[in-house]
Design a protein around this ligand. Structure first.
Ligand SMILES: Cc1ncc(COP(=O)(O)O)c(C=O)c1O
Length: 463
């Protein structure tokens, strides 16, 4: 094994022992990872003491930054009082009861407020549970044929066998022998990449809705049980759907009795300027998954909202089977629940959603200021999530050859300048900072990004 001579001893230890997720495993053996040892507000600090603005809040998740003492205190208290208990077979604990009540009171629609929440530990597990409930529900109501789930190109829903299958990103399928049967795919609502020349965004939305209906009719509506969508596709490249997209999709789902799963793992709890993306995009899902910012990512926890209609059918079926045969050892873990309750309390006390709305123009205008740059083809975002998409020829919407690694170079330069960002497939640079970011910090983030962009332009010119 070879590692860079400048890598720290911690980095060397890491590459000798650690099988990294979502990483080029050979490249990291050479380069060694950036080792982060501390957090401070919206910044993280590496093992050499260098500070970085975390422009992605980690993985779209550390909403309250990296040093919120109240969450540490809530975790400590819970560890001392009741470090573990479960909710299987007639048991529960006070914190899971309290959090369930709180989440239901915050649910974005009457159908979900009339429902229940079921807990897991990650976005993948929550979506996996939703996938299983599509099956369980349709068996329970006597429609055992209605099982296929429609998902979208560039969707990201997790890494379990079912949720990686739902995800529409090729590297998640290659060598894993995925997707599994029963997952169908429709197009991605990304006007910049997929709208035809001269096609207005609304016409593009109509075309996608027609494509969805045509697929349902081709497969047979009685065979389609669910449709899964993120309000904004995050890992696919921060894709904001064109106006009227969801307005046109939802009536088709209703017409054919297809359950709508809203994957709010990224958008849940404030990212788009409302507590839920479902409010921003006027969605009426039957199932809604949340994770990440539910605990500001301090402890793993996810929650799946299940509408009253689905819950009641599952309850009847479990009564006849004797038990509802699903649940994790750590479903509704007291530590996750206690930290979630404290996180939600802080969101209310500090008016985090209002803060996101106040910061939105600063952030979005900051990104839009790069719109005329010769390397940038598209700039987009909602609330405190956004992206710039690089282009070799912006008028022709022509991307760089992926082999050139232009986006990867840009994020490396940003890191040199003290800003952590992430490059998505197709040289898209994503921004999703902690929700507590201030106006001055947004300005500083954009300044550092501008420096990295200048470096990239010089590099491309061979200067
Ligand atoms: C929209 C969406 N769904 C699901 C997931 C999977 O969540 P996890 O990584 O917690 O399993 C992610 C992760 O980024 C996500 O962005």
């Amino acid at each position: 094994m070879t590692v860079s001579t400048t890598a720290s001893s911690l980095a060397r230890k890491d590459v000798a022992n650690h099988f990294h997720p979502y990483t080029n495993l050979r490249a990291i053996e050479q380069d060694a990872p950036l080792i982060i040892v501390e957090g401070d507000g919206i910044e993280v600090i590496d093992d050499a003491g260098k500070r970085y603005i975390e422009g992605m809040a980690g993985l779209w998740c550390a909403s309250l930054g990296f040093s919120e003492k109240r969450l540490a205190e809530a975790a400590r208290r819970q560890m001392e009082v009741l470090p573990y208990y479960h909710s299987f077979s007639g048991k529960a604990h006070n914190v899971v009861a309290e959090l369930s009540e709180k989440l239901i009171s915050l649910a974005p629609t009457p159908a979900l407020r009339d429902g229940r929440v079921i807990f897991a530990n990650s976005g993948s597990e929550a979506n996996d549970t939703a996938f299983k409930l599509v099956r369980y529900y349709h068996n329970a109501i006597g429609k055992p044929q209605k099982k296929k789930v429609i998902a979208r190109v560039k969707g990201y829903h997790g890494v379990t066998v079912a949720t990686a299958s739902l995800s529409g990103i090729p590297m998640m399928h290659q060598h894993f022998d995925l997707p599994i049967d029963g997952v169908l795919r429709v197009g991605c609502p990304h006007p910049y990449q997929f709208a035809q020349d001269g096609e207005a965004p609304e016409q593009f939305a109509t075309r996608l809705a027609e494509e969805l209906e045509a697929l349902i009719l081709k497969e047979g509506p009685d065979t389609i049980g669910g449709f899964i969508a993120e309000p904004i596709q995050g890992a696919g490249g921060v894709i904001v759907p064109p106006p009227t997209y969801f307005e046109k999709i939802q009536p088709i789902l209703k017409k054919y009795d297809i359950l709508f799963i809203a994957d709010e793992v990224i958008t849940g709890f404030g990212r788009t300027g409302n507590l839920f993306g479902s409010q921003t995009f006027k969605l009426e899902p039957d199932l809604l998954t949340t994770a990440k910012m539910i605990t500001s990512a301090y402890v793993p926890l996810s929650a799946l909202y299940v509408s009253g209609k689905i819950y009641q059918a599952c309850a009847d079926a479990s009564a006849s089977l004797g038990v509802f045969g699903h649940g994790y050892t750590y479903s509704g873990h007291p530590l996750g629940c206690a930290v979630a309750l404290e996180t939600l309390k802080i969101y209310e006390e500090r008016q985090i959603v209002e803060h996101v709305r106040a910061m939105t123009p600063v952030f979005q205008q900051g990104l839009q200021a790069f719109a005329g740059h010769p390397l940038i083809g598209d700039v987009r975002g909602v609330g405190l999530i956004g992206a710039v998409e690089l282009a070799e020829d912006r008028t022709a919407r022509k991307p760089f050859d992926p082999k050139r690694g232009v986006g990867a170079y840009l994020v490396r330069r940003a890191q040199e300048h003290g800003l952590i960002l992430r490059v998505m497939g197709g040289d898209i640079i994503a921004f999703s900072p902690p929700l507590i970011i201030t106006e001055a910090q947004i300005t500083e983030m954009m300044t550092r990004f501008a420096r990295a962009l200048d470096d990239t332009a010089s590099w491309l010119k061979g200067v």
